[in-house]
Ligand binder design. Sequence first.
Ligand SMILES: C[S@@+](CC[C@H](N)C(=O)[O-])C[C@H]1O[C@@H](n2cnc3c(N)ncnc32)[C@H](O)[C@@H]1O
Length: 188
Amino acid sequence: MARGNAELSRWVVQQAAARHGDDVRHVAELGPGPGVGLEALLAQFPDAHVWGADLSVVMLSQSRKRNQTAVTAGRLTLLEGGVAALSASEPADIVMANHVLYFWQDPAAEMAQVRSFLRPGGLLALGYQLEQHMPAMARRRFPRAGHQLYAADDEVTGLALAAGFGSVTQIVKGSAETPEGVVMLATA
Ligand SMILES: C[S@@+](CC[C@H](N)C(=O)[O-])C[C@H]1O[C@@H](n2cnc3c(N)ncnc32)[C@H](O)[C@@H]1O
């Protein structure tokens, strides 16, 4: 699962770059966890400043450890907090959030807040997995912990449209029968 997450993070960065282009100055990741996605963003967008915001100080310390060189060089800023902390990256060109959707209690409101920090034409890149393709343990544990799982990509599209995003598309990683994940790309 951890390796799958890492591969999805790197792939989402590639999809975001393919859609937005490489002229990126401000980029942020919400919920970077161990920091693999931040590492990929720093490599993909060498002229950008990168922000990472996570509710967990333990996860932030892992992100810091993995990306210490960029922190020391002043290219990466790590912040404790949720979506509101991303105001520091305003006006952001790209905001990425992988496997964070399930934790949002009011996902359309969270996405609307992300949109408010993006520059016009900026991109939300949201990586996730549908419930039926998650490992059995995650399917059991997530709802018990009060987290929201999704059974159809249309449900996620609907949230982005409700949040005011346009040009919403989804790309599946891997085969349609056994996908490794999905990225939703949506323009502010
Ligand atoms: C399942 S992990 C995914 C980590 C990483 N993005 C990945 O794909 O490997 C979710 C991460 O999001 C963080 N998180 C959960 N809810 C959040 C929120 N509302 N705002 C910011 N971070 C959040 C957790 O602390 C955790 O680091």
